[in-house]
Design a protein around this ligand. Sequence first.
Ligand code: ADP
Ligand code: MG
Length: 497
Amino acid sequence: MAVAVPMAEATRRFTSEPRKLLIGGEWRAALSGKTFETYDPATGAVLATVAEGDAQDIDLAVAAARRALDGPWGRLNPSERGRIVHRIGDLIMEHADELAELESLDNGKPKAVAAAADIPLAADLFWYMAGWATKLNGGTINPSVPYMPGAEFHAYTLREPVGVVGQIIPWNFPLLMAAWKLGPALTTGCTVVLKPAEQTPLSALRLAELMLEAGVPDGVVNVVPGYGETAGAALAAHPDVDKVAFTGSTEVGKLIAQTATGNLKRVSLELGGKSPNIVFSDADVDAAIAGAAQGIFFNQGEVCSAGSRLYVQEDQFDRVVEGISTAASNIKVGHGLDPSTEMGPLVSQEQFDRVTRYLSIGEQEGNRATAGGSAIEGDGWFVQPTVLVDATADHTIVREEVFGPVIAAMPFSDVDDLARQANDSAYGLAAGVWTRDISKAHLLAKKIKAGTVHINSYHVFSAELPFGGYKQSGWGREMGEEVLNNYMETKSVIVGL
Ligand code: ADP
Ligand code: MG
């Protein structure tokens, strides 16, 4: 799996120097002087050295964010703020090729995938959010106060930024997750301390440079790479942070929620999933096969909303399993910079160990692989795209989030019981339904407890569509108009006339 294409000059420059923390508009080393390394997951080789922020650096960053909130950022008018946010999107697209390459090298995903999905989605998020900056209006309200007969009032609501926001993001879509978080925070006038995942800090650091270039004032966005247990935990616990927004594992999400009770900071969480993808016999079965394959294998399966439980109506089960197994076997796995690569390695040794452990648990519990089933020998953290059958509702592979290219396929016969099966999960992030019967599709969409239900489609992301989870998949929504509520307080002002 050698690198087929050498990295571009811009990437070489960015990765050859130790990267620093951005605090108050200055690039600085960690106070401890410590650094950590990021790796090219396709080779295991060191990619770059990055300053390792911890609690002391978080303190500095939070203080800088507080000063910026009380300073020039708070005084910009909405149109000015919106134009800066819009410019961030423009600069992302101007640097699209470089960002796609950086993302591919740090995360492992194919550069072509990053260029087609991650980068334009990130830009579009900023463009979409920019438009909201001038439309964050409150309302005029006419109060009825029973114990003040005859009294007249003029009342209105103000929508104000929640304040200093801590944002902790994962490694699966490093730039896009930064965009999902930063876009609404900036649009609403908040200031931010962002902690990227330790596996993939590079694109967020490059984005921070572009944000300064776009005119984001010093201290409005601070970026502190570091580990979760140190930098991340300090940010979630910080008494001067007004809100924490987290995307990552359900396990850590629960810790964040507990930690945040210290000062009762606002919390939004976008967590794990075990999403059902349901294929009825009356579907366009070939489209369903392609959609189910993309639903699990896109981004190496490292997607919280991956369709990892496949339910197929009995009489089409063999055909669908054969189709998705063929698709899995045909996927070209390789280095992300090789233009022919369709799937890259998993992000880290830890993630590789996690996915291969699930593959052996599946084998022990009697799941049979009709495609893949094991790691790929050699350098890098590669595993085979895998389809498992002989799975039942109590199996680990059906209950737990693998976060890798592994799907469990199960036949169903009882249509009336299907919603119960689909909802038989601690999670509720997404679902897919494949059928030509529109009323069946919409009825099921109502019954499924998930934040996103796809009908005859899967993995449709767009800045306009709210995204997030029911149950243990999280609190609140990302994107769309909805996300703005995560970043604003509403104030009622009442004038007695
Ligand atoms: P994974 O285990 O797949 O890496 P995590 O939920 O652990 O997913 O990581 C998502 C993000 O949460 C990363 O930025 C990570 O550093 C951070 N993180 C991990 N543990 C903690 C913690 N205890 N407190 C705050 N942030 C954390
Ligand atoms: Mg973890």
